[in-house]
Design a protein around this ligand. Structure first.
Ligand code: HEC
Ligand code: HEC
Ligand code: HEC
Ligand code: HEC
Length: 160
């Protein structure tokens, strides 16, 4: 029994480490995590649901534009761009909603259309693609004029 002290000391140190662990843990783990003790939420912090829900939505889908832009909405939904959401071209609704009209994107540039329509090997063969502006215009039997862009011939909401 000569060496009994070593073991007792070891156990005491161990108990203090254990108490320290739970003390630090209770301080660091957020209150709603797992709903403490019962873990009814599993490995999840309950408060994060409310936090996420309170972040204003950046994008709101094309339906949200219908109320105020009825005519454009009707044109668009019957046209060849019906599969492209308003916000894909005009930027997130939230920018508009904050009442800063200059943040609503209205990009009529050739580049703006070519992002989606330039010929790429990776695009499905049936997707409408053009090689470049000048040769496309020539194919239509027209001359490229100054200030001409895609919207000269195509209405963006009903491109055909
Ligand atoms: C609550 C009403 C309302 C909603 C909803 C709304 N808008 Fe507008 N929007 C306006 C008003 C008002 C103007 C400024 C008047 C104008 O220029 O016709 C405007 C202007 C615009 C313009 C610029 C028009 C221009 O000539 O410069 C664009 C583009 C636009 N909105 C797109 C959208 C899109 C896309 C959505 C949906 C994500 C949307 N709007 C939702 C009311 C609204
Ligand atoms: C393919 C891209 C694209 C999509 C999709 C699109 N727009 Fe536009 N929109 C444009 C461009 C480009 C203009 C600028 C046209 C111009 O100035 O000639 C424009 C102009 C507008 C304007 C200004 C008034 C007008 O008629 O020129 C409004 C309002 C508008 N868009 C709302 C919408 C709404 C609402 C939707 C969805 C229902 C939508 N847009 C979908 C590209 C798009
Ligand atoms: C965000 C991507 C995107 C942008 C930007 C875009 N388009 Fe499109 N466009 C599409 C998609 C998707 C289709 C439908 C393809 C299909 O039907 O398979 C389409 C279809 C078309 C068609 C064929 C329409 C039809 O009825 O067959 C034309 C023409 C066209 N776009 C012109 C334009 C012009 C001009 C612009 C610039 C103002 C533009 N697009 C900007 C994605 C885009
Ligand atoms: C001078 C007028 C004119 C201009 C400018 C113009 N287009 Fe066109 N585009 C046409 C005509 C006309 C057609 C229809 C051709 C057909 O059906 O054979 C067409 C067809 C298309 C198609 C469908 C091709 C297909 O294979 O189905 C796309 C996509 C297109 N244009 C995109 C654009 C883009 C993007 C721009 C700007 C970079 C642009 N166009 C500029 C007149 C024009």
């Amino acid at each position: 029994m000569k060496h009994c002290n070593h073991i007792i000391r070891f156990i005491v140190v161990f108990i203090f480490i254990g108490i320290g662990f739970f003390a630090v843990r209770s301080y660091l783990v957020p209150d709603s995590f797992g709903i403490y003790g019962s873990y009814s939420y599993g490995f999840h912090r309950g408060d994060s649901d409310a936090e996420q829900a309170s972040i204003p939505a950046l994008y709101q889908e094309s339906e949200s534009c219908k109320e105020c832009h009825e005519a454009v909405y009707r044109t668009w939904s019957n046209g060849g761009h019906a599969g492209v959401t308003c916000e894909a071209c005009h930027g997130p609704w939230q920018a508009h909603n904050e009442n800063t009209l200059d943040t609503v994107v209205k990009d009529t540039s050739v580049e703006g259309c070519m992002v989606c329509h330039v010929t790429l090997q990776a695009r499905p063969a049936g997707f409408p693609q053009i090689d470049d502006f000048a040769s496309h215009v020539k194919e239509q039997g027209e001359e490229v004029q100054q200030d001409m862009d895609c919207t000269f011939c195509h209405e963006p909401h009903e491109p055909k």
